[in-house]
Design a protein around this ligand. Structure first.
Ligand code: URA
Length: 435
């Protein structure tokens, strides 16, 4: 008979739980038969000892099968992208409507902030009224009518991940190839996708910072997804600096609205949206190659049609009907807004991107304990990038905080995270491809 203690002990001692044990454990996560303490201990044992490839595949499938696996009968491909987690990475909010505008369907089942990284759901909830918890019927209706929807894994979709994800977030158990693979793919394979592009982060802000680990994670994700019948490829992309200039929740939505309405354009955000979107359109056969797909994504954004599509999705999910015209009025603003002055002079040579993400969490933009409420107003804007010149006292960023004391702590954290030197080139945005 299966027993959580025995399964945890097997993993702790470097053994391989059987497929039946992993199915039992995943069911226990979904139904509550496994306690929070047992889930945390299991996650720590997996992080320290690993499950091996068969165990990883079995856990992924078992977690997927705790919920429904959707099937679609649409007149165009059903596709999605997912990232392994970054700082200042709001790509999903740009890419989902741009892809929909290119004629494919995007039923995006996303996550909340995890560890030091931001989560698409928390960002969207900064929009007053936006509801990430949708019934399957409403999710299907919005995807059919708008072309894209961004929702939480419901009780119906991968409920085991919903629970384990929240526990990993607060137990320092995120950084595991097995757990990241099972988490991402249990959700994505439940959504009934025909094609999936993965954005595997590498660098100081990634869960697995080294190039070797990123390559191994990309390989595990691609092989597991293809093995489950989904056309999949991965781009390995830079997280040695925040992806865009803003990191937080409302501030990232604001940056996306700026990018979608071309005012101002953040080039790294656009470039990665183009690369991931092009890859995905080629993968599902909606474009002859990635370069052509990327051009279509950019023209969907440049024309303003992707912005209109995002606004329709926001309204369909309970947000304001006039979000496109009045997003500045609708997004909540922090009461304390202060510059982060540079302590010296030079060129930004290195950024401890994880520390910047942690600073957002400590401002209240992420969670320190399971169930903590998020403060959508806080974070950073105008973060300087690698290779930029700063003089003494010039702002490295602008902090948005709930109190003066929180702003002071965040200022010190960013000053410590930035290393100034004589020169540095910005790292390449796309550093590899795994298919
Ligand atoms: N995104 C997820 O959905 N899960 C992870 O574990 C990491 C990133």
């Amino acid at each position: 008979m299966s027993d959580a203690r025995r399964i945890i002990a097997t993993v702790r001692d470097g053994g391989s739980p059987s497929v039946a044990d992993l199915q039992w454990f995943a069911q226990g996560l979904a139904t509550g038969g496994v306690t929070d303490a047992q889930a945390g201990a299991f996650a720590m044992a997996v992080l320290l000892k690993g499950l091996g490839e068969p165990g990883r595949v079995a856990l992924t499938r078992a977690m997927r099968d705790t919920g429904r696996v959707l099937t679609w009968r649409m007149d165009a491909p059903v596709v999605d992208k997912h990232s392994t987690g970054g700082v200042g990475d709001s790509i999903s909010l740009l890419l989902a409507p741009a892809l929909a505008e290119c004629g494919v369907y995007v039923p995006m089942v996303s996550g909340r902030g995890l560890g030091h990284t931001g989560g698409t759901l928390d960002k969207l909830e900064a929009i007053p009224g936006y509801t990430v918890d949708q019934s399957e019927t409403d999710f299907r209706r919005i995807v059919a009518e708008v072309g894209c929807a961004i929702v939480a894994a419901t009780g119906e979709i991968a409920p085991a991940d919903r629970r384990l994800y929240a526990i990993r977030d607060v137990t320092a158990t995120v950084e595991s190839i097995d757990l990241i693979t099972a988490s991402i793919l249990s959700k994505k394979l439940s959504a009934g996708l025909e094609a999936l592009v993965l954005d595997v982060k590498v660098g100081s802000g990634a869960f697995l910072p080294s190039a070797d680990q990123a390559q191994a994670l990309a390989r595990a994700l691609v092989d597991t997804a293809i093995g489950a019948g989904c056309r999949t490829s991965a781009l390995i992309t830079d997280m040695d600096q925040p992806l865009a200039c803003n990191a937080g929740n409302a501030v990232e939505v604001a940056e996306v609205m700026g990018a979608l309405t071309c005012d101002p354009v953040n080039q790294r955000l656009w470039d990665l949206t183009e690369a991931l979107g092009g890859e995905l359109l080629a993968l599902c056969g909606a474009a002859p190659d990635a370069a052509t797909g990327g051009q279509r994504i950019i023209s969907a954004i440049r024309s303003g049609r992707a912005a209109e599509r995002l606004a329709r999705m926001v309204a369909a999910q309970g947000g304001p009907a006039d979000f496109l015209e009045r997003w500045r009025d609708h997004l909540p603003a922090a009461p304390v807004v202060r510059d982060v002055p540079a302590l010296g002079q030079g060129i930004v040579a290195r950024i401890d991107t994880r520390a910047v993400g942690e600073a957002v969490v400590h401002l209240g933009g992420g969670r320190l304990r399971n169930g903590d409420a998020i403060d959508p107003r806080v974070g950073f804007s105008e973060l300087k990038g690698i290779g930029m010149n700063v003089g003494p006292g010039d702002p490295l960023a602008v902090v948005h905080a709930a109190t003066e004391a929180a702003a002071e702590r965040a200022i010190a954290a960013v000053q410590a995270a930035y290393v100034l030197g004589d020169g540095a080139d910005a790292p390449d945005l796309v550093q590899g491809r795994v298919a």
